[in-house]
Design a protein around this ligand. Structure first.
Ligand SMILES: [Zn+2]
Ligand SMILES: [Zn+2]
Length: 182
């Protein structure tokens, strides 16, 4: 069965990408995949933009197979193409200030200081996103090999306040300015 765009029949389903509810009547994306735990297929539900960032190949395939009725098609296509350009971009799960200094950066292997910004990663496995550690904000250029991940980092940080989002964006810009070769 093909992936599907459809209006959400209820407001009770959560998006696999961001964990938030998909409002009733809003367009949702259903990714069809073989059931990893048994026979048949399963459907993973997403906000379309969440799927574009995190499941870019499925989104691009669905856009190619769906001729009309897709809201914000250009936005979805742009996000999916950006995310598909580098495998690691689809791992972005948002950003937060480190609550302690226990985590090591997956890029440089150094500890991430308490209170500093870190990028959360998640890996897709058997139909689920599993926590995949963290990267220093300063290491994002290295980890994502120069691809810009700020839009999806902000997208998957819905619980930040406006002020925190501004701080994150400024810290991101400062990290780029400090990076070698910029
Ligand atoms: Zn979502
Ligand atoms: Zn690092």
């Amino acid at each position: 069965m093909a992936h599907v765009f459809e209006p959400a029949p209820t407001g009770r389903a959560k998006c696999r990408g961001c964990g938030k509810l998909i409002p009733k009547g809003e367009q949702r994306f259903g990714e069809r995949m073989p059931n990893p735990f048994g026979d048949g297929e399963m459907t993973l539900l997403f906000h379309p933009l969440c799927a574009a960032y995190r499941r870019p190949e499925s989104m691009l395939q669905a856009l190619a197979e769906t001729s009309d009725g897709v809201a914000a098609r250009e936005t979805l296509e742009r996000a999916a193409r950006a995310s598909a350009a580098h495998r690691r971009l689809s791992r972005v799960d948002g950003a937060q200030r480190a609550p302690n200094a226990r985590a090591k950066c997956r890029s440089c292997r150094e500890p991430i200081p308490s209170g500093s910004w870190r990028i959360r990663l998640a890996f897709f496995e058997a139909g689920r996103f599993l926590p995949g550690g963290f990267v220093h904000l300063d290491c994002h250029r290295t980890y994502f090999e120069g691809h810009d991940a700020l839009a999806s980092v902000v997208h998957f940080s819905p619980d930040l306040s406006d002020q925190e989002r501004d701080e994150l964006t400024r810290a991101w810009g400062a990290a780029i300015a400090r990076a070698p070769g910029s």
